[in-house]
Design a protein around this ligand. Sequence first.
Ligand code: GDP
Length: 444
Amino acid sequence: MVLDDLGSSLRGTLDTLRGKSRLSEEDVEEIVKEIQRSLLSADVDVSLVMELSDNIKERALEEEPPAGTPARDFVLRIVYEELVDLIGESTDLPLEEQTILLAGLQGSGKTTSAAKMAWWFSTKGLRPAVIQTDTFRPGAYDQAEEMAERAEVDFYGNPDNDDPVEIARNGLEETSDADVHIVDTAGRHALEDDLIDEIEQIEDVVDPDTSLLVLDAAIGQGAKDQAQQFDESIGIDGVVITKLDGTAKGGGALTAVDQTDSSIAFLGTGEEVQDVERFEPDGFISRLLGMGDLGQLAERVERAMQQTGEEEEEWDPEDMLQGQFTLNDMQKQMEAMNNMGPLDQVMDMIPGFGGGIKDQLPDDAMDVTQERMRTFSVIMDSMTDAEKEYPKAIGASQIERIARGSGTSEEEVRELLQQYKMMERTIKQFQGMGSEQEMQRMMK
Ligand code: GDP
């Protein structure tokens, strides 16, 4: 996750302020050093780091904290506000008819992001179309077509035509029923002149409302030049940061935003079309600082509920809070989680559960891969309702029957029961740790 390090190291430093009501100059120096260290190691441009840390230092020393405000909260608020200021608002993308042009180097994630964004717009009730003009990368057409299919959105491309400008023109005509046109373009390994010429010509024909630069979160200092060149040729309005699910540091993307004087539009967090988030600065930074992000979580939960469909009505998440976690809950929860994204990412969005607390939970509790979920789902279909409601009563003979009925092995059934026990224990820990009120509000 981008600047993850900042979140954890800053939390550590801020924790040393607990109980203090006034900040000493040393306290401020310590915090500012920590922030600089984290930002620099995340590949954020040096001058940007200096600007940010100077602002924080100046404010922390000069501003008078409101009476009764603990020093920790006061600093946290300043850091938060300065980060919001640096990262800025999210790129303006009104929910109406529009054309979006995607630019970026090969492999940055343009094709994937085109389908993800189209999917995102479709969840907002619009009719998107993806137009694939990449005639350079072999396989780009097939990949784009397949992803558009998975996203269930309109698609246009023409593998027999090698003129991207013509494809773009035809694409807009052929998909005229769509509201949102997302035009994917070719990338190269480096910024060659012919790439720039080509994208300028496409831009001329497409006349986009918004041009977005797609950047791999792993990009470091190279982001600055790239951003500048694309900005000069087509004008960049916003940035899509991809592959935030990996170990990338993401600082380069912040540099690009600063360089183009633009903003962040979307974040890519996986290879599936649903692995996308609209960038929300407040929530993003809250998450960064370990303050939780109810807004994003609510959106994901809403989305997951929509996909889980009618069945979800039978499932009362509040039961989980009463300590009656059954296999039925687990099944519903797995479906919802499947739609929301990996459990550990979801956890980051729950106030109080990000960072440190998450790390205290057993690793295995997070380790429910999609493959296992599918097997578990098949197994649960072979259980009786009574067994699902009271899994503790499942003994050896039932395990044998369930394995036979679901075409799985007894070992797999045992694994499921093991996982259930682990989740039950984790839920109990949740109940012990979080504020129940907050949890209930979130669950709703
Ligand atoms: P393009 O050349 O810019 O069109 O890049 P692609 O869309 O083909 O993406 C390059 C590779 O990165 C593909 O293997 C994608 O599956 C992968 N990819 C794209 N976005 C993400 C992401 O957010 N997370 C992960 N893990 N992989 C991604």
